[in-house]
Design a protein. Sequence first.
Length: 183
Amino acid sequence: MDAYLETERLRLRRFTADDVELLVALDSDPEVMRYLTGQPTSRAEIESVVLPGILKVYAEHPGLGTFAASAAGGFVGWFGLQPTSDAATVGVGYRLLRSAWGKGYATEGTRALIAHAFTALGMERVEADTMAVNHRSRAVMRRAGLRFEKVFHVQFDDPLPGTEFGEVLYSVDRTTWEAGRHE
């Protein structure tokens, strides 16, 4: 399968209908899902909602989507560039197997996607958000060149622990990103 993007250690490609097991393995770890849903995602939901949603984005938003990430040892998780309500802005995100944490993959993949968004896709802004209490993801966002923008609050029917502290938005615009490349 053709690579969407390659870095020094990562290879990103589109998911296919045959990738259910990869997503089940990733989303079945409660620690991976801690700041997302707080619980594992069922196989049935991955088969009927998650994977079809991933495939739909490829069809509706060329160049964007969620991409399976592999390193030397195989599948490590996914990275994504998602459409937003502003056609010149994309959301960047990632989800990695716990065995891939602490190896620099999140920062490496996020930096590569930010560069791709500006250079290949012509975007004007890249943003990311997470729970305010998700300090590891916030650190990745900073290392990847995103800057803290604001705290905001979302109402949830079944809030996760830490929701009361809000969500945080990080971003970088093209001008700032380009200036940083030459420092």
